[in-house]
Every structure is written in structure tokens, then in C-alpha cells.
Ligand binder design. Structure first.
Ligand SMILES: C[S@@+](CC[C@H](N)C(=O)[O-])C[C@H]1O[C@@H](n2cnc3c(N)ncnc32)[C@H](O)[C@@H]1O
Length: 232
């Protein structure tokens, strides 16, 4: 068995615990210290690519599209968003943990083909939720993969992201027809209802973790269907 090497550790803001980057052969893993589990493994990344492919399908070929990816992880979703959008597009990637950005500038960046080097990328170092506060129509697509599903995992504060209020704030940051796509390790019919209540038309898609096999993951695809008044 190939031993696993610890390449780096990072404290997650808001008492989220410790994030660890390890390498085992050619595979990298980002996980939470202790029993909390794995956030991302480079070997299984097909559903992370699918998040961007499905979430950006409606803006294929669109000039000057703007996409928000939260968070960076190993950069697979970011790389797929860049591939799915035109040369004039801009992709903002929000990442809570500074070390994750540094890891992606090092050997980890090779996994997804160094997407941070693309001129179309703008990094937001901080909580992705900060970008929804202004509630101004800015993005054509918002691709969220910050936890293992629609509940706080990386940090407890992330729970708020999936509340009706936050989902409505995200909807306000989308242009009409824009899509919020959320990655999840499980399917939750209650979350579909939550998205509908927040003013989206919702579909879900089951995708496999590893080239047509492996775990089944869910991508929630929520399209903004109407403008919201500030009083709502
Ligand atoms: C599961 S990984 C993302 C995997 C990514 N889709 C990929 O293709 O590699 C989750 C990432 O989101 C970051 N994160 C967690 N909560 C966040 C938040 N509230 N705002 C921004 N980034 C966050 C984590 O530090 C981690 O890098």
C-alpha cells in the first residue's frame, strides 16, 4: 500500500476545524481532520466537472458571461466552467481558506490543469456568502460546491447558505434566466421544495463520481424565474 503524505494543513475560519491536504501516489485528498471526512479527492472528480457543465449549459457561446464558482477545492469545477464559457467570459472563484489557493498554485494545481492561471479568473478570498449581500444581478451562473450537500459541513456558518433567505439573495445576484447549480452527495426532496419556495424552477440530475461509475451524486439546477421585490 502506498503511504499517504501530509502536504499541508489549514485552519478553517469560524472555528471550522483543520483542513488537511494529503497525497497518495498521484492522488490528492482534501479532508477535515478527525472523523469529519473527505471534502474532495482528485481521483473522483466527474461530478465536480458536471456541476459546471450542467450549470453553464445555458450560457454556451454567450459573450461576456459572468460565472461565480464557490469554492475552489482542487479547481475541477473552475476548470470546467472556463471550458464551458466563451473567451470573453469572467469567472469569479470564491474560496474561504487562503491555503487552498496557495495549494492550487503549487503541485495540486496540476490536477485540473492550473485553472488559476487563466486570465478570465478573478479570486475572491473569503466566504462566498459575502458576494450575495448586495443582491444585485451580476452572474449568469452560480456554481456552489462548498459542502458535501445543502447543509454546513466545512463550517457550521455554511448552513445559512441553504436557507430560503440566502437562496433568495443568490437569486437576486443572478441575471434573469440565470442558474444556481449546487453539488450534493445525496438527493433531498425537501431541498427541491426549498429552492422552489425561493423562486426558482428546479431540476435535478444524478451524476456518477468516476467515469460512469462510483457514487451517485446530485446536481440541483435552479433557474431564476422571476424578479423579487426587496420587501419579499
Ligand atoms: C468540496 S471542495 C470544492 C471542490 C471543487 N468543486 C473542485 O472541483 O475541486 C469545497 C471547497 O469550498 C471551500 N469552502 C467551504 N466553505 C466555503 C465558503 N463559505 N465560501 C467559500 N469557500 C468555501 C472549501 O475550503 C473547499 O476548498
Amino acid at each position: 500500500m502506498i503511504p499517504s503524505t501530509l502536504l499541508g494543513t489549514a485552519n478553517i475560519p469560524n472555528n471550522g476545524g483543520e483542513l488537511r491536504l494529503t497525497q497518495c501516489g498521484d492522488d490528492f485528498s482534501i479532508h477535515l481532520k478527525g472523523v469529519r471526512g473527505e471534502l474532495m479527492n482528485s481521483r473522483k472528480h466527474c461530478s465536480e466537472l458536471a456541476l459546471a457543465e450542467l450549470g453553464c449549459a445555458h450560457i454556451q457561446g454567450m459573450e461576456n458571461a459572468k460565472v461565480l464558482v464557490g469554492g475552489l477545492g482542487m479547481g475541477f469545477t473552475l476548470a470546467a466552467a472556463l471550458k464551458a464559457t466563451s473567451k470573453s467570459s469572467q469567472v469569479v472563484v470564491a474560496e474561504l481558506v487562503p491555503e487552498v489557493i496557495e495549494w492550487n498554485k503549487g503541485p495540486l494545481g496540476e490536477c485540473a490543469g492550473r485553472p488559476l492561471d487563466d486570465d478570465r479568473v478573478q479570486i475572491h478570498l473569503g466566504d462566498v456568502a459575502e458576494l450575495f449581500i448586495m443582491r444585485q444581478a451580476t452572474y449568469n451562473a452560480v456554481l456552489l460546491d462548498v459542502d458535501n450537500g445543502p447543509e454546513g459541513f466545512t463550517q457550521a456558518d455554511n448552513n445559512d447558505l441553504y436557507s430560503i433567505e440566502s437562496l433568495q439573495a443568490i437569486r437576486d445576484t443572478l441575471h434573469p434566466g440565470g442558474v444556481l447549480a449546487i453539488w450534493s452527495a445525496w438527493f433531498d426532496p425537501k431541498f427541491i421544495q426549498q429552492l422552489k419556495k425561493a423562486g426558482y424552477k428546479v431540476k435535478d440530475k444524478i451524476v456518477r463520481a468516476h467515469k460512469g461509475k462510483g457514487s451517485r451524486h446530485t446536481i440541483y439546477l435552479a433557474r431564476k424565474i422571476r424578479e423579487v421585490s426587496k420587501e419579499e
